[in-house]
Design a protein around this ligand. Structure first.
Ligand code: FA5
Length: 376
């Protein structure tokens, strides 16, 4: 602040002279006008409107003036500062708009440019469907059980009541890893790639005390040729329920609940007599065709490709667990009974999503998998 203003005339105070204030204002306005961008304007603002700017310092001199002179000087400095602030605001708006326009142009994305990133994958529909099936049963209190894919022959066959000379061994064409005769001395079982998920029934019963409620999704192997409806490596899901007093009605109710959860409330199942050594009685399970709901049967005007106008779709095998299996696992068949079923997930995926060739499912082409990626 200047020394006491003896003459009490603001004009006599150098920094408060009108032409001086005008010069300060004009310099500020010129600097504002020539600021090229928002950053430059920020510096101009500090220099010409900040606490140590010439106009701010001049403003401080007003305090030293006598009361009658303060008003005039205050008005002059105030107007100059007002003009500078207004100019700053206006320039700020212009420069910000220019910057935004520039950013829009610079950061624009040409969505028509060729896509050169690696495509994102998607969960394989077999995994999604297996998880979905598992969820249905976990919600009913079932536990997910697992077993090895390279399995002892005893678990895959013998314990399931399929003895070495049993004709049922030829029902499933087996990949042998090591035959009994090739094993070390004293070994009782050969080693196979499991031909079905049923050995997990045995492992589950040996691991747990009844009641047992397990499901087991997993990969299985058969020496089948790869064609439109077969693959040598496929996926099954197995269910096993062992408790006191379980009957075929429980099996039927469980199957109905599963197909209704997947295909809709009005879908039911039916059982047809069949034979599996590990279940007695055994059945083949079918579900009502979820596309035509059976209406294509005997109705040539409304043919159905999904069920070949039969009204039913074959799901897999099931039955009441053979007491011999329970005995092999140390479970008392007088006290406990139970049911089991197993089916191929590839086949279910084929009719559920109208996949016409099983090779599409197993070949791993991401163009097949991607459309399924969104299913939750
Ligand atoms: C079995 O494997 C029995 N373990 C099922 C079972 C479990 C019956 C529990 C009773 C109690 P099967 O051999 O029929 O059954 O095979 C079951 C399903 O596997 C078939 O319905 C079919 O959907 C599927 N499947 C069989 N072979 C192939 C293959 N090569 N490729 C794709 N899916 C197949």
């Amino acid at each position: 602040m200047s020394a006491p203003n003896k003459s009490y005339d603001p004009v006599e105070v150098e920094t408060l002279k009108p032409e001086e204030i005008e010069r300060m204002r004009d310099e500020a306005l010129a600097a504002i006008a020539s600021a090229a961008d928002v950053d430059a304007l920020r510096e101009v603002k500090v220099a010409h409107a900040g606490d140590r700017s010439p106009l701010a310092l001049a403003n401080r001199e007003i305090g030293a003036l006598p009361p009658h002179a303060k008003a005039e000087a205050g008005k002059r400095v105030g107007q100059a500062r007002g003009a500078v602030n207004q100019a700053l605001k206006a320039r700020q708006e212009v420069l910000e708009a220019e910057r935004d326009d520039r950013v829009l142009v610079e950061e624009a994305v040409d969505v028509t440019l060729p896509y050169d990133r690696r495509p994102e994958g998607a969960r394989h529909p077999l995994t999604t469907l297996s998880d979905r099936l598992a969820d249905i049963f976990v919600a009913m209190g079932y536990e997910v059980a697992e077993g090895p894919e390279v399995e002892a022959e005893w678990f895959n066959f013998d314990a399931l009541n399929i003895w070495a000379d049993h004709p049922a061994r030829t029902m499933q064409d087996t990949f042998f890893v090591q035959g009994k005769e090739g094993g070390k001395d004293g070994e009782e079982s050969g080693v196979v790639l499991r031909t079905h998920t049923s050995p997990v029934q045995i492992r589950s019963l040996l691991d747990r005390e009844p009641p047992v409620y397990v499901i087991c999704p997993g990969r299985v192997y058969r020496s089948d040729e790869l064609d439109a409806t077969h693959t040598p490596v496929f996926t099954q899901i197995e269910l096993l329920a062992i408790d006191e007093g379980l009957t075929m009605a429980d099996l039927k109710g469980t199957l109905d609940h599963m197909v209704q959860s997947l295909f809709g409330d009005d879908i039911t199942t039916r059982l047809r007599p069949n034979y599996f050594p590990f279940t007695e009685p055994s059945a083949e399970m079918d579900m009502v065709c979820y596309v035509c709901r059976g209406e294509s049967v005997g109705n040539p005007d409304r043919p159905c490709r999904t069920c070949s106008s039969e009204g039913w779709i074959e799901l897999g095998g099931c039955g009441m667990v053979n007491p011999r299996v329970l005995i092999a696992c140390g479970v008392d068949p007088q006290k406990y009974s139970g049911f089991a079923f197993g089916f191929g997930i590839e086949r279910m995926l084929m009719f559920r999503h109208k996949v016409e060739d099983m090779r599409d499912i197993v070949e791993g082409d991401v163009r097949f998998t991607l459309p399924f990626g969104m299913e939750i």
